[in-house]
Design a protein around this ligand. Structure first.
Ligand code: HEM
Length: 307
């Protein structure tokens, strides 16, 4: 799943063709991310040192890409159909009319890859795992996706925006999966003024970490929080109180890729359930958090093509 979502991000956001470069980027990116959570000891053999080296290789490759793109644009060699985020970042000007530095473009690039591919891969993995364990939910998802197939046939075989809008139950399952196991546990906020919350004084300048399970598993907000129940999301008018359902965060810094993640998840699940069935190879494989939730052994499955 990580490879699929990485490839999608690289193709759609950055216009990279399939091939060795994407594979090398994914390898170095995976090593770099491991360093984020490692003890910062920078000498040969440590996870941190390997991560630093991988990041340097990544930056070199991204720098070549950015320069090549800039050269093509300067020479007028780019088809506007090929527009991607690198072009947008190259075109950006600050309040003084200055372009972004190459390092800034590379940082945005890395942040976007980080924000987009692991999170969606986790949601998809949890989805695959759940469908193999919950026959009732699984048959409803398959039923909905078979309806989508019928609509596609009438539409000349194309999967368009209107078919995506038909995938309501499938998305509710995704929402419930993210309630129980949010891919991102939470995020940091800087306290900008002294406040008192629930009897605790929190001084200005502190970094605080909000956590999604704090509200996702609160019985006063989500009745029977341990129960897996996609119907909680059936009635959008019966919305939950603000800032309580927060797999994508909330407020001004809410996830910028919610719709991207929704469409990507629904498309992949559509192709999976209409073309394959599967069984887990390791029964009762647990979910571990390091710190993102992932099946402990990577969820090996046996895939069976459908006729
Ligand atoms: C299931 C998939 C995803 C989940 C669960 C998720 C979750 C989150 C969360 C919790 C935040 C932090 C919000 C906050 O601090 O309040 C965030 C931020 C962000 N996400 Fe996502 N995300 C997903 C997919 C994506 C995708 C596909 C993209 C890009 C295509 C993306 C781009 C971003 C960006 C750019 C930010 C930073 C927004 C900002 O600070 O202004 N995310 N995401």
């Amino acid at each position: 799943m990580k490879k699929i979502t990485f490839n999608i991000t690289c193709s759609i956001l950055f216009g990279l063709p399939d091939g060795d470069l994407k594979d090398e980027l994914l390898k170095d990116f995976t090593l770099t991310v491991k360093g984020v959570w490692a003890i910062p000891l920078d000498f040969p053999g440590t996870v941190f040192h390997t991560a630093i080296q991988a990041r340097q290789r990544l930056c070199q490759k991204l720098s070549t890409m950015v320069r090549t793109r800039k050269k093509q644009e300067d020479e007028g060699n780019v088809d506007t159909e090929d527009d991607n985020i690198v072009s947008c970042l190259l075109a950006l000007r600050d309040e003084n009319g200055q372009p972004l530095l190459e390092d800034e473009i590379i940082d945005v690039f890395l942040s976007l890859i980080m924000a987009s591919h692991d999170t969606t891969a986790i949601l998809l993995t949890l989805f695959v795992r759940h469908l193999s364990r919950d026959p009732e939910v699984s048959s409803k998802v398959i039923e909905e996706q078979n309806e989508v197939l019928k609509a596609m046939k009438e539409n000349g075989g194309k999967l368009t925006w209107s078919e995506i809008q038909m995938m309501k139950y499938t998305w509710r399952v995704a929402q419930e999966l993210m309630r129980v196991n949010p891919p991102m546990l939470g995020s940091f906020r800087l306290v900008t003024k002294d406040i008192t919350f629930d009897g605790y004084h929190i001084p200005k300048g502190w970094q605080i970490f909000w956590v999604a399970p704090g509200t996702h598993m609160d019985n006063n907000i989500f009745k029977d929080p341990e129960k897996f129940d996609p119907s909680r999301f059936e009635n959008s008018s019966k919305a939950f109180p603000p800032y309580t359902y927060v797999p994508f965060g909330a407020g001004p810094r809410v996830c910028a890729g919610i719709e991207f993640a929704r469409v990507e998840t629904l498309l992949i699940i559509h192709h999976l359930v209409t073309k394959y069935s599967w069984t887990e190879m390791i029964p009762d494989e647990p979910i571990i958090r390091e710190p993102m939730p992932y099946p402990a052994m990577g969820l090996p499955i046996k895939l069976y093509p459908k006729n």
